[in-house]
Design a binder for this molecule. Sequence first.
Ligand code: VAH
Length: 318
Amino acid sequence: MAKVLVIGAVGQIGTELTVALRKKFGGQSVIAATRKTAFPEEIAAGGPCEYFDVLEKEKMKEVVKKHGIETIYQLASLLSATGEKNPDAAFDINLLGLKSSLDVARECKVKKIFWPSSIAAFGPTAPHEGTPQRTVLEPTTMYGVTKVAGELLCQYYFRKYGLDIRSVRYPGLISYKAEPGGGATDYSVAIFYEAIKNRSYRCFVGPQTVLPMMYMPDAIRGTIELMGAPSERLTVRTSYNLAAISFSAMELADEVARLIPGFTCSYEPDSRQQIADSWPKSIDDSQARRDWGWKHEYDLRRMSEDMVKNLKTKLLGQ
Ligand code: VAH
C-alpha cells in the first residue's frame, strides 16, 4: 500500500488532511509528522506518528525510508501574520523546509509531493478582481515571498529532476476542527467561535474587507483530487489558483447574525489589515477547473450553517 507522509499534520490543513487520507488509504498507510506539538487524540490513535523538524533533513530521510514513503504532503509553514512578526523563522521553515523536503524526495525517489502555496503569493500590483493564474507576483509579506520562491523551486525541481510536485494557492481556509494559527484571514474562523461563546466579535479587519475564502471540506477534497489527477493533465507546475467564495467581513458577520440571533460584530482593524489589503479580492481558477476538474461545493450560506452546527457541538456539547 502506497505510504503517505503528512508533514505539519497538526496544523489547520494537516489535521483534516491526515484524517481524510487515512480514511482513503487506511490508517497505517498515512504517517503524521509534526515538529513538537502533541498530536490530537484522533491523529495519535488513527495511525503512525513521527516527530521531526522539517529542517532536519537526515531525520526526515530516516522517516521516509523507515516507512517506505511514496507521497509527501509538506504542509509545515508559518502563516502571514506570524511571519511578519518573525520573518527569519518564516523564511527558514517555509522555504528552507520546502527545499529540505524536495531534496529528501529526490534522494529517496518519492513519487509525488504536495506543497501549499497561497493567494498571499499575489501582492498589490496584481489585478485585485479575478486574479489570473499567471500575473505579476510581488507580495509584500515574507510569507508571500516564501510562497512565490517556493512555487518557482517546485517548478525547478519538476523540470530539472522530474519530481512530480503539485501545489495550489489556497485562499483563506475556514474550518471548525483545528483552529488556524497566525493568519490574516483568521477572523473568518474566530468570528464563529466568538459568536457561539460570547455572541459578539471584535473583527481585526474593516467591514468592507473582501477576501477569497474556502470551506475546509472543499480544500481537502480539491487537494486529494489534484494529487490523483493524471500528471499529463497538469499544465501548471508552480501552483494552481484555487477559489471558492469571496465575501466581505460584514457579509460574513451578517450571515453569522442570521444563524446566531443577537450576535453583534465590531471592527477594529490592526496590522493585519495592511496584509489583507495587499491580497486579491477574487481569484480566477479556471485553469484548475479545466486541467483537473476542480469545483467548489460550499457557498457562504452552506458553509456558515455547517460551521455553526459543528461548533455548537464542539463548544456547547449541543
Ligand atoms: C494566512 N490563512 O492568512 C493564510 C492564507 C490566504 C491566507 O494563506 O496567512
